[in-house]
Design a protein around this ligand. Structure first.
Ligand SMILES: Nc1ncnc2c1ncn2[C@@H]1O[C@H](COP(=O)(O)O)[C@@H](O)[C@H]1OP(=O)(O)O
Ligand SMILES: [Mg+2]
Length: 429
């Protein structure tokens, strides 16, 4: 092809740009915008969430693929909430694990209601709320602890601040998704006190138990870092970090699962669920989220070989009534006792079958942070969760489950049978 023929148009185009420099600028801008949008699916959109809170993340497509594993990449609904909640729990668990490894009192402080709280509870709560504030700044928060004891105790405050300052995920992008570090001690106190919402049936409310099962934590047993999102009173997202449970979903519940935990390698699991999307487990890590696996409850074919879980603390659940219920059902195995919502996670993945929580007092009201995540995880794994009257747990009443009494959680197919035995023993029929 003659050279002149192909050069002609090129030269005239070059002249056009020389005579109209604004065209060069417009073209460059167009190229830049195109480049941004093609890379947006992997980097830009998730960061917009940091600016616009829950408005953007709710509609985030599978943008966070590197961190969101199978569960979330399949759908966009609550994907950002699920990812942030799991990473926040994973980060908080790094702090609680550090405290757990300390021998002795683990910084235990007496609360007004005589229940213990540790430096781990305060620190984990601050870290989780920091992530929620960064990503979903308009959401309300119902959390177990408040900063008052720290404001009057400088040594305690400093100890917790050191833990908070030093705890971060070892994956820069994951840490970035949580909004980064807490600014200073005052900010830490303010974060802890953001958890004072009254909850209720309207809008988005996160509920946090930074260390569920504090007594188990102090004893060296099971505990959980619990986080759930309620919308108009219903649980939509639930996450439980259980640092002392085996990673393997198929590992049977041993009699000693609730005791003598040493935070050894190979343990630690995150359970998660999103409404209508199933329940998942994955290893509890230190950086980006590990790959998750779908979990489901084990069908009970023979009630005689079923196992049931209950509290270690006899003051939290009536153990003698539970034994009578088990006998009535023909269950032959002794109960598996463990602290915290690790019980919900354990039955959700089929390691155990039934969880009974039988009131020990007429006046105690269960707290929403002690049940919200576990309730959804079990229901999404094929279970049914009610109170001893057979009513669904109502998380829209306020900070407590004021209208419920106890918990009966079992695979859906046998829940009716279990509830009947519960009601017979408790004299509710
Ligand atoms: N009388 C009670 N009945 C039921 N649960 C209780 C009672 N007293 C305390 N709890 C709560 O039980 C939870 C632990 O449950 P589990 O026995 O399954 O590990 C804790 O959050 C604890 O709340 P708190 O932290 O306010 O003491
Ligand atoms: Mg608790």
């Amino acid at each position: 092809m003659p050279v002149g023929k192909s050069e002609g148009p090129l030269r005239s185009r070059a002249n056009l740009f020389r005579t109209h420099p604004s065209l060069t600028i417009i073209l460059s801008l167009l190229i830049l915008i195109l480049a941004i949008f093609t890379s947006a699916s992997t980097s830009v959109i998730p960061r917009l969430g940091l600016l616009f809170g829950h408005l953007t993340p709710r509609h985030t497509p599978a943008t966070t693929t590197r961190h969101v594993t199978t569960a979330a990449t399949m759908t966009t609904i609550y994907a950002a909430e699920l990812e942030v909640a799991q990473l926040a729990v994973q980060r908080a668990a790094q702090l609680t694990k550090r405290v757990f490894r300390e021998k002795g009192t683990k910084g235990a402080v007496a609360k007004d209601d005589a229940s213990p709280v540790t430096v781990g509870d305060f620190g984990a709560q601050a870290l989780i709320i920091a992530a929620l504030r960064a990503r979903f700044p308009h959401d309300a928060i119902v959390a177990e602890e408040e900063a008052a004891p720290l404001r009057t105790d400088a040594a305690l405050r400093e100890r917790i601040w050191r833990l908070v300052r030093e705890t971060r995920l070892d994956d820069v992008a994951a840490e970035g998704l949580l909004g980064g570090a807490v600014a200073d001690v005052e900010d830490m106190l303010a974060l802890i006190d953001r958890g004072k919402s009254e909850g209720g049936r309207r809008g988005r409310v996160w509920t946090i138990d930074p260390i569920d099962g504090t007594k188990g934590f102090l004893r060296g047993g099971q505990y959980a870092v619990a986080l759930a999102l309620l919308e108009n009173g219903d649980v939509k997202v639930g996450v439980l970090g259980c640092p002392n449970l085996p990673v393997d979903d198929a590992a049977p519940l041993t009699a000693d699962i609730g005791a003598n935990q040493t935070d050894e390698e190979g343990r630690g699991v995150i359970f998660s669920a999103v409404i209508g999307q199933g329940a998942w487990s994955r290893p509890l890590g230190t950086g980006a989220l590990a790959e998750g696996k779908r979990i489901s409850m084990k069908p009970i074919t023979e009630m005689s070989s079923a196992s049931f879980c209950e509290s270690v603390e006899a003051g939290h659940s009536n153990q003698s009534e539970a034994a009578q219920i088990a006998q009535k059902l023909g269950i032959t195995k002794p109960s598996v006792r463990m602290d915290s919502q690790a019980k919900y996670g354990s039955i959700a993945r089929g390691a155990g079958d039934i969880y009974l929580r039988l009131p020990t007092s007429k006046t105690y009201q269960e707290k929403i942070w002690d049940h919200a995540a576990g309730d959804l995880i079990v229901r999404e794994a094929g279970g049914q969760v009610t109170d001893t009257k057979g009513q669904r747990l109502d998380f829209g009443v306020g900070r407590t489950l004021a209208t419920n009494s106890g918990v009966v959680a079992a695979p859906a197919a046998v829940h009716g049978q279990v509830l009947e035995a519960v009601q017979e023993v408790l004299g509710l029929k």
